[in-house]
Design a protein around this ligand. Structure first.
Ligand code: MRU
Length: 356
């Protein structure tokens, strides 16, 4: 299974997802500017994968700093962190991973042997930061496997499953969130029939989901976004599975633009709609979907995708929100690595995270 973000021989590599499915090309990221641009341009994308890339990226951005003391190191670290955080606003995993790295920085400062020269303490802190980023990646992989098992318990052999955007291995450390049960089912002979919405404007469904599922041998059919209602009406869909970029305390979930429309259709046709959200994506500090900042992207993505050839009149007015919020009332269940959560989400999400 392909790895979207990897550290090899102390070098940070990401698979450039903007080139898929035409080219499988890894690029090396070294500076905070390169990391910022890769996230902004969706060369690495998908909420958990953004978190992993940001954690490794922050470590990489400060690794060669030769700050004369901890205060200088912490200041440069903080600047790099704040800068990377501005790459995209919606997926909470970006901020979650960066915050976790900064908290770890101060723990490492406490743990460093104050009797040793600063250079040795600095090396200890840098190694600890690498270990933390690596832990974020490993935990995400484990979390995806757990979501796969929980998700599979909701599905039956031979089901037709609709998905929107890409919440697969490309969007995570490995396996994906909502595609993890599809991969587990594939290993266990479930013979799912997956329908992938193409996902305009940047075609994550066509370019990424259809690509990664088909190369693992999953039966996947690509449809245009405006065909979801037809396949539901024809009885081809038994469940909808999608990822999540940020889930508010009341269960409203932001995901790729178009998700909320699919959820509304699913309710109309009586089809269960499952949103997969690792706990790193659940943001109890955000009360409802209304508080989630929705990224608005360049209109050229609608006018010409990433190609030079226009698909719309030059300069035509556009509106290009990259995400929408699915109201909690349309979400049948939320699948997390800790288990399946059902309404009322205001209570069940809090209980899941805080145990009360
Ligand atoms: O703009 P993208 O491609 O980063 O959007 C990705 C999504 O909307 C995914 O569904 C979401 O991040 C969940 S990934 C497990």
């Amino acid at each position: 299974m392909i790895t979207p973000v990897k550290m090899e021989d102390s070098r940070l590599w990401i698979l450039d997802q903007s080139l898929l499915p035409g080219q499988e090309h890894y690029i090396e990221l070294r500076t905070k500017e390169e990391i910022w641009a890769a996230i902004k341009k969706l060369q690495v994308r998908g909420a958990p994968a953004i978190g992993v890339a940001a954690a490794y990226g922050l470590y990489r951005a400060v690794r060669d700093l030769e700050s004369a003391n901890f205060q200088d190191f912490a200041r440069d670290f903080h600047w790099a962190k704040e800068y990377i955080a501005t790459a995209r606003p919606t997926a909470v995993n970006l901020f979650w991973a960066l915050e976790r790295m900064e908290e770890r920085l101060y723990q490492l400062r406490e743990q460093a042997d104050a009797e040793t020269p600063w250079e040795e303490q600095r090396a200890f802190i840098k190694e600890g930061l690498f270990q933390e980023a690596d832990a974020i990646r490993r935990e995400d992989e484990q979390s995806c496997l757990a979501m796969g098992e929980h998700g599979l318990s909701l599905l039956k052999k031979g089901m037709g499953i609709l998905t929107h955007c890409n919440a697969g291995t490309l969007a995570t450390a490995k396996y994906g969130t909502c595609l993890a049960p599809i991969y587990l089912g594939q290993e266990r002979g479930y013979q799912f029939r997956v329908y992938a919405d193409e996902t305009r404007p940047l075609l994550q469904g066509a370019r990424l989901t259809a690509w990664e599922l088909s190369r693992e041998g999953v039966d996947v059919t690509l449809i245009c976004d405006n065909m979801a209602s037809t396949v539901m009406k024809q009885g081809l869909i038994d469940a909808v599975v999608v990822g999540c970029d940020r889930m508010a305390a009341n269960g409203d979930g932001a995901n790729k633009i178009g998700t909320s429309g699919v959820a509304i259709l699913a309710k109309e046709y009586g089809i269960p709609f499952y949103m997969f959200a690792p706990t790193s994506t659940i943001d109890l500090d955000t009360a409802s979907g209304e508080e989630i900042v929705i990224e608005e992207r360049d209109g050229d993505e609608i006018r010409s995708l990433w190609y030079k050839r226009p698909m719309a009149p030059e300069g035509i007015k556009t509106y290009n929100p990259a995400f929408d919020v699915t109201d909690h009332e349309y979400i049948t269940a939320v699948v997390t690595e800790k288990g399946i959560v059902r309404p009322p989400y205001q209570d069940s999400l809090r209980e899941l995270i805080h145990g009360i």
